[in-house]
Design a protein around this ligand. Structure first.
Ligand code: GDP
Ligand code: MG
Length: 304
């Protein structure tokens, strides 16, 4: 299956919602007047594109209609497509620096898919011939360590962990970094806990993890990957903001795009965070992770 088909399959609900709404708005005349553009803006907001991005996109549609006088269905759809693609930005991927230890910090609130995505990434990079280690630094819940260990078994990847009750995440990170250095790993993926309800704790914990990494592996290439869950809609935007304040965000991954009618949230998050979306989770299986491609995403969302 090609990437477009994979995205189209995952985004079926969002596309149906969006295309259905679009067709309904345009049905009577095939041309767009002010009221219909307002309806279109509302449709985008309901598809979770967020108010700022929806206003921006419709602003661009209106500007194009003013310039060209073309208010046809095709022209409007074309403007929406172009602006959405611009908002999502150039396609970018997680770049692993060869010959160095690359450390990926998985961050995000509980349940968004951090552990699952860590497992999927381990499989991907192993398949590319990289030496991968998983660090179980979400010591807050015992189940989290077991879950990561299960991914370790499934993907034949070493998992570094300590006991589950009250182990110090920073100590796990210390062990993980040293294991990665001595085994000359290419990538260390660190799973963390996401207790956003206590921002101070979270901030302290993430800062401590970063301190240990820069002390123990000053040469390592460290990137943080924020995982957000598409089904949570606008909460994902708030999470991106909060984590952006607490710690730097280098990349964003969006999970559960399969089945969600809220795929538009990718546009809201890109617009409001300005950070690149690099990964899309399209299912629970090990293979259900693809590189996020803005153009393909927009095409699969809007194709009629
Ligand atoms: N449908 C779907 N489920 C996902 C995806 N990613 C994660 N999940 C599920 O979401 C739930 C929470 O994931 P988990 O990795 O434990 O989240 P964490 O708390 O952030 O580590 C699990 O049941 C996963 O199987 C995805 O892309 N699609
Ligand atoms: Mg987890």
């Amino acid at each position: 299956m090609g990437l477009l088909d994979i995205f189209k399959k995952g985004l079926t609900n969002t596309r149906n919602f969006f295309a259905g709404g679009f067709t309904k708005i345009a049905a009577s005349t095939g041309h767009f007047d002010e009221d219909m553009l307002d309806d279109l803006e509302e449709l985008m907001i309901r598809a979770d594109c967020g108010v700022p991005a929806a206003e921006d996109i419709i602003g661009r549609v209106k500007e194009n209609i003013r310039k060209t006088g073309d208010d046809s269905r095709e022209a409007v759809l074309g403007s929406v497509r172009t602006r959405m693609t611009e908002i999502l930005g150039e396609k970018s991927v997680i770049e692993l620096v060869p010959g160095k230890l690359n450390i990926i910090l998985m961050i995000g609130v509980n349940g968004t898919g951090k552990t699952t995505t860590a497992g999927k990434l381990a499989l991907r990079w192993k398949n590319e011939g990289k030496k991968v280690i998983l660090g179980a630094a979400d010591t807050f819940r015992a189940a989290a360590v077991d879950q990561l260990k299960a991914w370790g078994e499934r993907t034949d990847t070493t998992v570094i962990s300590q006991g589950t009750d009250g182990a110090d995440p920073a100590a796990v990170v210390y062990d993980s970094v040293h294991a990665s250095l001595s085994r000359k790993a290419d990538v260390l993926i660190v799973d963390t806990a996401g207790r956003l309800h206590n921002k101070k704790n979270l901030m302290d914990e993430l800062a401590k993890i970063r301190r240990i990494i820069s002390r123990e592996a000053p040469e390592a290439e460290v990137k943080s990957l924020l995982i957000i869950d598409a089904t949570t809609g606008q909460n994902a935007v708030i999470q991106a903001e909060s984590f952006g304040e607490v710690t730097g965000i280098d990349y964003i991954g969006i999970t559960k795009l399969d089945g969600s009618a809220k795929g538009g949230v990718a546009i809201a998050v890109a617009y409001q965070s300005g950070k690149p979306i690099v990964l899309a989770g399209l299912g629970e299986g090990a293979e259900d992770l693809v590189d996020f491609d803005p153009e393909v995403f927009v095409n699969s969302l809007l194709e009629d």
